[in-house]
Design a protein around this ligand. Structure first.
Ligand SMILES: NC(=O)C1=CN([C@@H]2O[C@H](COP(=O)(O)OP(=O)(O)OC[C@H]3O[C@@H](n4cnc5c(N)ncnc54)[C@H](O)[C@@H]3O)[C@@H](O)[C@H]2O)[C@@H](O)CC1
Ligand SMILES: Nc1ncnc2c1ncn2[C@@H]1O[C@H](COP(=O)(O)OP(=O)(O)O)[C@@H](O)[C@H]1O
Ligand SMILES: [K+]
Length: 554
């Protein structure tokens, strides 16, 4: 990947930012019509690559080279094998093109024309009577070529693939009938749908469904990643997401977003560069961070083991684990290398008092991670660590206790860095006044971090991390295999272990939170690839952490 591609792949934009970036390109002299040709040309070639026309394949096999036999500038890796690709199309490789009133429709019409010339059988669905001028011209030309055009949903012939160019980032208000019910009917056809730029009907920034939306099998996001692609609620509409890079100059991106964009996609390069690797040759265990984990109760013993395993695989120099006395022997048997601190417990089996080894206090540790499996009976312990001056990760019951004692005023008193790792339910308890949590996770996490002064890592299908300056890091890919009890405990341990190392190496806290979340998701992805989505229990996930890292480092 070139430096430019790497930088582009980190960028995430809102509709307004995308409009401003495009406006700069047009103002600099790039004709709108030329850009549309370029973008749609790339889309058309990509479609030929993924869904080769069986007629072309036949011609190739028999040595006759027909029109459209141009070089395809994409790797062939995701091209279907010839036999499979031939069978993707029933017999006639028929593609239906859905055309909206704006330039998303214009893009779709250029794709229609190009695929028509490549021998695909094309029909067009154009339900709007008023089109933008350029779109209207492309429709007129398509008509002149004899491509059938339908206005009514009832008239549509069958197809093997639909290309959705109804709306892109220009959609602003809710869709209403008749287009809304047409979209519902298109979704019911059980034909694969490839959306151009964005599944039509989704809000470009929040990913909310504006009335109704196309359920795409695959979406080609044009130019720069739009924010909707990383909002959980959009994922079931987006399908497989891919960026079509059409050479937006970095200078224009920077002019609109500034040198440090507010929202960034975490890439392998950014995540790996934050890891405390390589280790200096001359070091010792206390220089590589000392993490104190405070977790577990008689009721929740397993959570303590999982958190400790996550920490173990972070590579942290020293690991101490404070648990209720009755869990000590269990923890020792699972983690012979950790220092297990048995603590006096309450009647209910929660940690009643932190009893650290002689000559040790909380300030002896580089970082503390506290919460998994504690139960809310451990409230005094959580208050004690919050009052300490040690960098802190709070999760699970640590967060529930924080919510009980008032999140924002409590955190504002802290001097050392704090990372909160709530899932959506815990987030709601911590920040009940943040109304955006349900319809805009990214905005919600920004607000939570700004108000509390903590780094907030909001877990979900696409985990988002924000710092108090409202900068956001997004984990761009993950797997639902992680939706299992205990996966979050592994993350807390991993993050705690990385934080302890980061503190000694002066790595920014928010960067290490982003790296931990990315690593955790990648381990889930690799484990799911090898074991299916059903085979990734939390214990297994922890075992995949190091394997994942070495697969990237190779
Ligand atoms: N200018 C270009 O040549 C380029 C075009 N691109 C494409 O252009 C798209 C943006 O184009 P536009 O700004 O024209 O916007 P869209 O094509 O996304 O949609 C806007 C059109 O839909 C109408 N509309 C909006 N909300 C509606 C509603 N609720 N019900 C019915 N009609 C509604 C508007 O009146 C307008 O005509 C991008 O998504 C992308 O596909 C760019 O990606 C690449 C460069
Ligand atoms: N649908 C999903 N896709 C990807 N990751 C998910 C999904 N659901 C949950 N996760 C991840 O799994 C982990 C679950 O953590 P959490 O809710 O704290 O569970 P637990 O407390 O049982 O460990 C988080 O890292 C979260 O981001
Ligand atoms: K679209």
């Amino acid at each position: 990947m070139s430096d430019r591609q790497e930088q582009i792949s980190q960028v995430v934009v809102t509709a307004e930012q995308m409009r401003d970036i495009e406006a700069r390109i047009f103002a600099a002299g790039m004709p709108v019509v030329a850009l549309m040709e370029k973008v749609a040309g790339l889309i058309a070639r990509r479609i030929q690559n993924i869904y080769p026309n069986p007629r072309q394949i036949q011609e190739k096999d028999t040595g006759t080279r027909g029109h459209g036999d141009t070089e395809i500038p994409f790797p062939a890796s995701d091209r279907l094998p010839v036999s499979a690709s031939s069978s993707f199309f029933s017999s006639n490789s028929r593609i239906g093109i859905l055309v909206g009133p704006g330039h998303n429709g214009g893009d779709a019409l250029v794709v229609a024309r190009e695929l028509h010339f490549c021998g695909y059988e094309i029909w067009i669905y154009s339900p709007f009577s008023k089109l933008k001028e350029l779109t209207s011209q492309h429709l007129q030309y398509a008509r002149s070529l004899g491509i059938p055009i339908y206005q009514e949903i009832e008239q549509l012939p069958s197809s093997d693939l639909l290309i959705d160019g109804l709306f892109g980032f220009g959609l602003e208000k809710n869709l209403t009938d008749p287009i809304a019910s047409a979209i519902d009917r298109l979704n019911e056809l059980s034909v694969p749908i490839l959306s151009i730029d964005l599944p039509s009907g989704l809000h470009t920034d929040t990913g909310e469904v504006l009335g109704t939306a196309i359920r795409a099998t695959q979406t080609f996001c044009l130019g720069l990643w739009k924010l909707a692609f990383f909002q959980d609620q959009a994922l079931e509409f987006v399908g497989k997401a891919e960026l079509i890079d059409f050479d937006i100059p970095l200078a224009d991106v920077e002019a609109v977003l500034g040198n440090t964009p507010k929202i960034k996609r975490i890439t392998p390069a950014t995540a790996l560069s934050t890891l405390p690797l390589p280790r200096p040759a001359i070091t010792h265990k206390y220089k590589e961070g000392h993490l104190l984990l405070i977790c577990g109760s008689r009721r929740y013993a397993g959570g303590a083991i999982l958190t400790a395993l996550g920490a173990l695989f972070s590579g942290v120099g020293m690991l101490s684990v404070a648990v209720p006395e009755s869990l000590k022997s269990l923890l020792v048997s699972h983690l012979p290398e950790a220092l297990i601190v048995g603590c006096p417990e309450t009647e209910t089996g929660a940690i009643g008092q932190l009893q650290l080894p002689a000559k040790t206090n909380l300030s002896s540790f580089s970082a503390i991670a506290c919460g998994p499996g504690l139960t809310t009976d451990a409230s005094p312990i959580v208050q004690e660590v919050i009052e300490s001056d040690v960098p802190l990760v709070l999760d699970a019951d640590g967060l529930n206790i924080l919510a009980q004692i008032a999140t924002i005023p409590t955190l504002q008193k802290r001097q050392a860095p704090t990372i909160l790792t709530p899932h959506a339910g815990e987030f709601q308890r911590l920040f009940p006044h943040i109304a955006d949590a349900k319809h805009d996770r990214v905005k919600a996490v920004q607000q939570a971090a700004a108000q509390s002064g903590a780094v907030v890592l909001l877990k979900g299908a696409r985990t988002a991390i924000a710092n108090p300056q409202s900068e956001v890091w997004i984990v761009p890919e993950s797997t639902p295999a992680l939706a299992r009890g205990g996966s979050g405990d592994v993350l807390t341990g991993l993050l705690g272990g990385l934080l302890a190392q980061a503190v000694t190496k002066h790595i920014p806290v928010e960067d290490i939170a982003a790296t931990a979340a990315w690593w955790h998701s990648q381990a889930g992805i690799l484990a799911a690839q090898e074991r299916t989505e059903l085979g990734v229990n939390a214990f297994t996930l922890a075992q995949y952490l190091i394997k994942t890292l070495s697969s990237f480092k190779r």
